[in-house]
Design a protein around this ligand. Structure first.
Ligand SMILES: [Zn+2]
Length: 182
């Protein structure tokens, strides 16, 4: 009988290589995600080219196969988080600390990065705000310039609080990725 071998042949024929396409629900899961003309990119990173990591696929734009893994790793990447943080500072800048920060931020990217990174660390490790000051001092000893008005724990709060309020989910995801004990 030739039946079974014929069937096997057609089974192979119906399994074409599948191109991974963009999935609309990703936009809900990743609010920063856009897809225009089949190019998938991070809107927030593109908004802050002076901060964003230009080696990131999602800054450049993904034209080929689209995978959720790319989005997940972008979501927890340092420069993406900095861009998200900057966007919040820009949009919610009404408190005096934020107004001052916004002014400084215009041309102080390099000086603000250690502040953001330290605030992230303090929040992630659940350290008291006052440990921020010590960490900043340590970095100054290592030669990193820190704007004077952010040296104290109030400075840390200014960085951390908006993050805690509105990016809590994102934070937990990040922490889970980096610290499985959470
Ligand atoms: Zn991004």
């Amino acid at each position: 009988m030739a039946g079974p071998s014929k069937k096997a042949k057609s089974d192979i024929a119906v399994t074409p290589k599948r191109k991974r396409t963009f999935i609309e629900t990703w936009k809900t899961q990743f609010p920063w995600l856009r897809c225009v003309d089949d190019i998938m990119f991070c809107e927030v990173c593109r908004e802050y080219p002076s901060i964003a990591d230009h080696n990131s696929k999602l800054d450049e734009g993904v034209t080929g196969s689209k995978r959720i893994e790319t989005l997940q790793s972008h979501e927890s990447s340092k420069y993406h988080l900095l861009c998200i943080q900057r966007k919040e500072v820009t949009e919610k800048g009404t408190e005096p600390m934020f107004v001052a920060l916004k002014k400084q931020a215009e041309n102080m990217d390099d000086q603000l990065k250690p502040m953001f990174n330290t605030a992230f660390y303090v929040a992630k490790q659940k350290l008291p705000f006052r440990s921020f000051e010590g960490l900043i001092e340590l970095q100054e000893k290592n030669g990193i310039k820190i704007p004077a008005q952010y040296r104290n724990d109030k400075g840390c709060k200014a960085f951390v609080q908006p993050m805690q309020k509105s990016r809590r989910t994102e934070f937990l995801k990040t922490s889970r990725l980096q610290d499985s004990s959470l």
